[in-house]
Design a protein around this ligand. Structure first.
Ligand code: AMP
Length: 441
C-alpha cells in the first residue's frame, strides 16, 4: 500500500514524502479512504500510530475539494484536543502536511495570551486546532464563528473525558452546524466514549489498529520493586549506569515532579519538570530543551505529557504508577513510537501493589519483575494508602500526606499477597536488563 494508492493529491504526497514517510501506517491506510469519502469515523488508535497524519491528510484534501461558501474565509475544520501540547503538535502537523496548499491554520489554547489568537482568527483561518476551554473563551468573547465548520475531529477523546471536558464539548457541539463530518479518535473505548460517539457520529466507520487496551507492541516493559524512599537513588543509578540520554519520567503530582527534578539536578543529572502548574512558556522551553538533548530527563505528570511527540524516545520511567490504569498505556506509548524500540521501566513500591495489579489486568500481561542489587524491598514494610495532593478527594483516597505516613511506617511480616514476594523473573521481553540484574535477586 502506498500513499499514492490512497488517492491523495500531489501537494499532500509531496509533503508526506518530504517528511520521510514511505508507506502509510495501518491507521492511515484504513482511515484515509473513508474520510476522503466524507464518512464519519471512530478510530481506535494508540498514540504513536501515525493517527495525526491519518486524519490531517484527508481533512486537508476534503477542504481543498469542497468549495467554501462565498464571502469571508471561515473556520471549516475544527480539531479538539485535550492538551495544549497536543494542540500545538497537531497544528504543526497541519502546517507541515498542508505546506503546499493555500489553507490557513491556527491553534487556540490556554496558558498564553488570547490577543494574538484573536488577531489570527480575525485574519481568517480555515483549520482551527483548539483545547475546549480556550475555545469557549473565544466563543464568549465572540471572537470566533463556528457556524461554518464542515469537519470536526475529536482527538484523544478518552483523555478529554478523563479531564472533565464533556460539558465543554457539549457546549461546542451546539455551536456547530448539524450537517458535518465527525471523526473521533481514542486510545481506549470506555462506555462513556461509546455514548459520546453514539451522540455525535452518524453511522461511523469503525477502525481499530492496535488491540483494545493492549500495551504498545514494541515496548519492553519491566518492573523494579523498590522501597519508595529508595526510588530516587535507583532512578539516578539506572540513568547513569545505562547511560540513558533521553528519559521521560512520570510522577503522579506536580509537587512530586518538581521535587524529583530538583533531586536529580542535585545528583548532577540534567533534568526539568513539566506539568500543568508551569506557564506555557516554561513548558514549551522544557520540551524544546528535552527534544534537542539539552535536558536529559523530563519529569512529567500524565496530563502534561499527553500528546508529547518525541521521536525515538528510548526510555520511559514510571517513577510512580498512575492511579488510572489506562494512563500506563498512554505513558508507555511515549516510547517505541513509529516502529522504534523502546523500554518502559516502572519503579514500584509496596504501596503501589494494587495499582500494578490493575495495570497488569488491563494489559493482560504480567510485567517481569526484576529486583536490583542493593535496592531489594524491605519485606517488613507495610503498604500505605497513596495520596494525590489536591485530587485525593476526587480519587477517593482518604488518607493524608504520604510523608506523614512514611515516617510512621510500621514494620511487619510480609503479606502473602505481596506483589513481589522477593521474586525476580526474567520471563517475557525484559531484554538485557533482566539478564543483567536478575541474578542479584
Ligand atoms: P502520531 O501517532 O500521529 O502522534 O504519530 C507518531 C509519529 O509517527 C510521528 O512522529 C509521525 O511523524 C510519525 N509518522 C506518521 N506517519 C508516518 C508514516 N507513514 N511513516 C513514518 N512515520 C510516520
Amino acid at each position: 500500500m502506498s500513499f499514492e494508492s490512497l488517492g491523495l493529491r500531489t501537494e499532500l504526497l509531496r509533503a508526506a514524502s518530504e517528511k520521510g514517510y514511505r508507506t502509510p501506517t495501518p491507521i492511515q491506510s484504513q482511515a484515509i479512504p473513508p474520510i476522503l469519502d466524507g464518512r464519519d469515523l471512530m478510530g481506535g488508535a494508540q498514540t504513536g500510530t501515525g493517527k495525526t497524519a491519518g486524519f490531517t491528510l484527508p481533512l486537508l484534501q476534503r477542504l481543498m475539494s469542497s468549495k467554501p461558501e462565498k464571502g469571508r474565509r471561515a473556520i471549516r475544520a475544527l480539531v479538539l484536543t485535550p492538551t495544549r501540547e497536543l494542540a500545538a503538535q497537531v497544528t504543526e502537523s497541519v502546517r507541515v502536511y498542508g505546506k503546499y496548499l493555500p489553507l490557513r491554520s491556527a491553534a487556540v489554547f490556554g496558558g498564553v495570551s488570547i490577543n494574538p489568537q484573536i488577531k489570527k482568527l480575525r485574519d481568517g483561518v480555515d483549520i482551527l486546532v483548539a483545547t475546549p476551554g480556550r475555545l469557549l473563551d473565544h466563543v464568549s468573547q465572540t471572537t470566533i464563528d463556528l457556524s461554518r465548520v464542515e469537519i470536526l475531529v475529536l482527538d484523544e477523546a478518552d483523555r478529554m473525558l478523563d479531564m472533565g471536558f464533556i460539558h465543554d464539548i457539549r457546549k461546542v457541539m451546539k455551536l456547530l452546524p448539524k450537517k458535518k463530518q465527525t471523526l473521533l479518535f481514542s486510545a481506549t473505548f470506555s462506555n462513556d466514549i461509546k455514548r459520546l460517539a453514539d451522540n455525535l457520529l452518524h453511522k461511523p466507520d469503525l477502525i481499530e489498529v492496535a488491540q483494545r487496551n493492549t500495551a504498545a507492541e514494541r515496548v519492553t516493559q519491566v518492573v523494579h520493586p523498590v522501597d519508595s524512599k529508595k526510588k530516587r537513588k535507583l532512578l539516578s543509578l539506572l540513568i547513569g549506569s545505562g547511560n540513558w540520554k533521553q528519559v521521560l519520567v512520570f510522577a503522579r503530582t506536580k509537587r512530586n515532579c518538581d521535587r524529583l527534578a530538583l533531586a536529580l539536578i542535585k545528583d548532577g543529572l540534567n533534568a526539568a519538570a513539566i506539568h500543568g502548574g508551569k506557564s506555557q512558556g516554561a513548558r514549551t522551553k522544557a520540551l524544546a530543551n528535552f527534544k534537542s538533548g539539552n535536558v536529559r530527563i523530563l519529569v512529567a505528570t500524565d496530563i502534561a505529557a499527553r500528546g508529547l511527540d518525541i521521536s525515538q524516545l528510548p526510555h520511559v520511567v514510571n517513577y510512580e504508577l498512575p492511579h488510572v490504569p489506562e494512563d500506563y498505556i498512554h505513558r508507555i506509548g511515549r516510547t517505541g513510537r513509529a516502529g522504534h524500540e523502546g523500554e518502559a521501566v516502572s519503579l514500584v513500591c509496596i504501596d503501589e501493589a494494587k495499582l500494578l495489579k490493575d495495570i497488569e489486568r488491563l494489559i493482560k500481561i504480567e510485567i517481569p519483575k526484576v529486583i536490583i542489587e542493593n535496592f531489594e524491598p524491605d519485606p517488613t514494610i507495610k503498604a500505605q494508602p497513596i495520596t494525590m495532593g489536591r485530587n485525593q478527594q476526587r480519587l477517593g483516597v482518604k488518607n493524608s500526606s504520604r510523608n506523614k505516613q512514611s515516617s510512621s511506617r510500621k514494620k511487619q511480616r510480609p503479606s502473602p499477597s505481596s506483589p513481589y514476594k522477593g521474586r525476580s523473573n526474567n520471563q517475557g521481553r525484559t531484554g538485557n536488563r533482566s539478564r543483567q540484574h536478575s541474578s542479584h535477586a
